[in-house]
Write a protein that binds this ligand. Structure first.
Ligand code: ZN
Length: 201
C-alpha cells in the first residue's frame, strides 16, 4: 500500500512552499485530517495499522486518543482491532479523561494519534491513563514525522521525540521533510513566498 500516494490523492500531503508551525519553511506540508475526510480511506488506513499491531502480539484492551487530532484515527483503529475506545481532552490546558470514561487497573491501553510529530500530546494522554491505573503498552499513529523511531523503520529517535523509548510506536509511514530556517530557505531565494495552509495538525 502506497501510503504517501493515498495522502497525496486526498490533498493531505501538499507539495509547494510552506511555513510550518515551527517557523521553518518546507516544500511539503502534511494536513493530516484531510486523509480522514473519506471514511473509507480512514478505515483502509486503520486496518493496515491494525495489521501491524496484531502481528506484534501485544494485547490491547482499549485505545485512547488525545482530542482533537487523534479522535478519528483512534476510533477507526479501535474498530479495526475490535477494542474499546475512549479519548482524553484538554480542560484549561491540562490533559484529562472525563465524560464518564473509566479505566480498570492494569487495563492495557494503546495511545493513538493521527500523526506523531514529537509525541507531546500522546505522552500527556499516556500520563493521564497511567494516573488512573491503566498500563500504556504502545503508541500508534497513521503518520510519523520521523522524529520518533517507529516499528519497521530505520529512522532513529531524535532528541526532540517525547515518546518513551521502551514502548513501541506503530505507524504506516515516515513523512520526513527537508526543513529550512526562513533566511536559508532555497525556495524563498527563488522569490516564492511561503504559505501556511491550515491550523497546526
Ligand atoms: Zn521559504
Amino acid at each position: 500500500m502506497d501510503i504517501k500516494q493515498i495522502y497525496m490523492n486526498a490533498d493531505a500531503l501538499l507539495k509547494g512552499h510552506f511555513k510550518l508551525s515551527s517557523g521553518n519553511h518546507s516544500n511539503y506540508y502534511l494536513q493530516s485530517a484531510k486523509v480522514l475526510e473519506n471514511p473509507k480511506t480512514a478505515n483502509l488506513l486503520a486496518k493496515q495499522l491494525a495489521k501491524q499491531i496484531k502481528q506484534s502480539g501485544i494485547k490491547i484492551d482499549t485505545i485512547c486518543s488525545p482530542a482533537l487530532g487523534g479522535l478519528i484515527a483512534g476510533f477507526a483503529l479501535a474498530q479495526a482491532l475490535d477494542c474499546r475506545y475512549i479519548f482524553a481532552e484538554r480542560a484549561d490546558g491540562i490533559m484529562t479523561i472525563r465524560r464518564g470514561f473509566e479505566i480498570k487497573d492494569n487495563e492495557q491501553v494503546l495511545i493513538c494519534e493521527d500523526i506523531i510529530t514529537t509525541g507531546g500530546s500522546a505522552v500527556e494522554a499516556a500520563d493521564v491513563v497511567e494516573s488512573l491505573g491503566g498500563e500504556v503498552v504502545a503508541f500508534a499513529a497513521l503518520a510519523n514525522r520521523g522524529f520518533c523511531h517507529r516499528q519497521e523503520s530505520d529512522i532513529k529517535t531524535q532528541l526532540n521525540c517525547k515518546l518513551p523509548q521502551n514502548k513501541p510506536l506503530f505507524a504506516l509511514a515516515d513523512f520526513t521533510f527537508e526543513m529550512y530556517p526562513p533566511n536559508e530557505c532555497p525556495l524563498c531565494k527563488t522569490g516564492s513566498k511561503a504559505i501556511k495552509p491550515g491550523s497546526r495538525s
